[in-house]
Design a protein around this ligand. Structure first.
Ligand code: ADP
Ligand SMILES: N[C@@H](CCOP(=O)(O)O)C(=O)O
Length: 309
């Protein structure tokens, strides 16, 4: 039996709508993400287990991980030995933590390693993006590539190899809080503006270009000052109960900024000390999350998807 872990991720990372994404590793060592188990079998089999398995469609054909297996068998490696593939669904659905990407990436990574297929990085990312696009309402790479490659990735179809890894600060702590209710990504995309005015487009380009250049120059404090989301947050914030209060309260506790993780409803607070991160987490536990929610203090997960021992 081999096991492959794919980490949770933050799409957009505030300044890079559909273009920038971060993989997450809780500082307490917990594995925040999905795991795929794979082993040889007499015929292809699929199972879904784990805390959030019951929230997925009961019909296996509707499970993205099953669809990835069927696609791989039909179109990538038809002579692969039969497998038993089990998705351990550990991330909530519609959370803004790249849950669908996690299942897709872990499944393709497991199949690719197991069958010895040496697909290129671009081929793997394209396969993954095809399946992520099926459920999220648009083709975007900002969960897939950080989940697969780790770290903070500038990513799109026009980026060389689909992803450029950005330097990150060692003193950044990212507090994520899932409030305990779902917000479907496709629905949260439907509220976005159809088009932007020229001035907004120019400002978005300037902000993202300056941000990524400042990261390259290791000017992390200057980079933080640019972290503002004028593209998605104005239309999505009203869909997320408690977000406005968190955005007001957390800076007083030391957060450098508060933003929506992916399409929400998870939010993240970026802090530059563990003390501030702990204070923000305590506030979020009391004021933002319900009995089904959770929070973690994280660093960037620089390993991305990997085989577990
Ligand atoms: N293995 C899977 N993991 C996550 N979502 C899945 C999976 N298989 C099917 N789905 C469906 O895909 C949709 C994912 O919703 P979405 O809001 O995009 O989640 P997320 O933002 O957490 O990735 C849901 O309708 C869910 O039922
Ligand atoms: N760029 C996408 C990211 C969606 O992330 P998810 O974790 O909510 O699926 C968007 O903002 O729609």
């Amino acid at each position: 039996m081999r096991k492959f872990f794919a980490p949770a991720s933050i799409g957009n990372f505030c300044v890079g709508f559909d273009s920038l994404g971060a993989a997450l590793a809780p500082t307490d060592g917990q594995l925040l993400g999905d795991i795929v188990h794979i082993e040889e079998a007499v015929q292809d089999e699929f199972k879904c287990i784990g805390e959030y398995a019951g929230k997925l469609p009961s019909n296996q054909e509707d499970n993205l991980a099953y669809q990835c297996l069927a696609h791989f068998r039909a179109n990538v490696k038809s002579d692969m030995p039969c497998v038993s593939l089990t998705l351990e669904k550990r991330l909530p659905i519609g959370s803004g933590l790249g849950s669908s990407a996690c299942s897709v990436v872990a499944t393709f990574a497991a199949l690719n390693a197991y069958s010895g297929t040496e697909l290129s990085q671009i081929q793997m990312i394209e396969l993954m993006a095809d399946f992520e696009a099926k459920v999220s309402g648009a083709r975007h790479y900002d969960n897939i590539t950080p989940c697969y490659l780790g770290g903070l990735q500038l990513t799109s179809e026009i980026v060389p190899d689909r992803a450029l890894s950005m330097p990150t600060a060692s003193d950044w702590y990212i507090v994520v809080a899932f409030p305990g209710f779902a917000l479907n990504t496709a629905k949260a995309r439907a509220v976005l503006p159809d088009s932007l005015k020229l001035g907004q487009s120019v400002e978005f380009a300037q902000r993202l270009a300056a941000y990524t250049t400042l990261l390259q120059q290791q000017r992390f404090n200057d980079a933080i000052k640019l972290m503002q989301d004028n593209i998605a947050e104005p239309s999505r914030a009203p869909l997320i109960k408690g977000y406005a209060e968190a955005k007001l309260s957390l800076p007083e506790l030391g957060a450098s900024l508060v933003s929506i993780s992916g399409a929400g409803p998870t939010l993240f607070a970026l802090c530059t000390s563990e003390v501030s991160a702990t204070r923000c987490q305590e506030w979020l536990n009391t004021h933002y999350i319900n009995e089904s929610g959770f929070s973690h203090i994280c660093k960037f997960d620089n390993q991305g998807t990997r085989e577990l021992a």
